[in-house]
Write a protein that binds this ligand. Structure first.
Ligand SMILES: C[S@@+](CC[C@H](N)C(=O)[O-])C[C@H]1O[C@@H](n2cnc3c(N)ncnc32)[C@H](O)[C@@H]1O
Length: 184
């Protein structure tokens, strides 16, 4: 596993309800989600975004939560049960080099990667795997923390997305973050 992968103890802070004061998941993601949407939450950790997403998609939708650390997913599943949204969530552990999106070809309406791209070993294969899983016309929101990722590095990330085939359609505002909204 890459040295820079977020430690599990940080996962507890990232899932804190206090974070909603800065980054409100329903406000940030509301414009892209409706009942029945199929969502990928990549590098979901303990589910700060996945749980509200699961509420928003409802019983007709699904949030596929992918992370390289099993401990993050175990905590996410406990939280999902407590919040009574576990039926709308599928948790999948992946390897550092592959998200393991087999069987999801052209299936996903919306994908989120929040604070993840700077941790993956190859942004090139990351974007091309996600491109394959998203439906034509589907959206992908990439959010990176300003504190960890310079504007210059973020533009390199955007160029990897472009090379994978995505089109940049917006740069929505998320506090303390660099963002890009992509479309397949
Ligand atoms: C900084 S945390 C962000 C968590 C969450 N998205 C959020 O915004 O609260 C990054 C997460 O990405 C996961 N991660 C790191 N490398 C990964 C990879 N190659 N594939 C999938 N997940 C990865 C880490 O295990 C960690 O849970």
């Amino acid at each position: 596993m890459a040295e820079r992968v977020c430690p599990v103890w940080v996962g507890y802070f990232l899932a804190s309800p206090l974070r909603k004061l800065l980054q409100n998941p329903k406000k940030i993601l509301g414009p892209y989600i409706s009942a029945g949407t199929n969502v990928l939450d990549i590098g979901c950790a303990m589910g700060f975004f996945s749980l509200p997403l699961a509420e928003m998609v409802g019983p007709g939708g699904k949030v596929i939560c992918i992370d390289v650390q099993e401990e993050m997913l175990a905590s996410l599943q406990k939280r999902a049960q407590k919040a009574r949204v576990s039926d709308n969530i599928e948790a999948r552990v992946c390897s550092p080099d592959s998200l393991g999106l087999d069987g999801l070809s052209d299936h996903i309406d919306f994908a989120l990667a929040s604070a993840v791209v700077h941790e993956v070993p190859s942004a090139k294969s990351f974007f091309s795997e996600i491109y394959g899983a998203i439906k034509p016309g589907g959206r992908f929101l990439v959010v990176e923390p300003k504190g960890h990722v310079s504007q210059e590095d973020f533009e390199v990330t955007v160029s990897h997305a472009d090379q994978a085939g995505f089109r940049v359609i917006d740069r929505p505002k998320v506090r303390r973050s660099r963002t890009v909204l992509l479309e397949k």
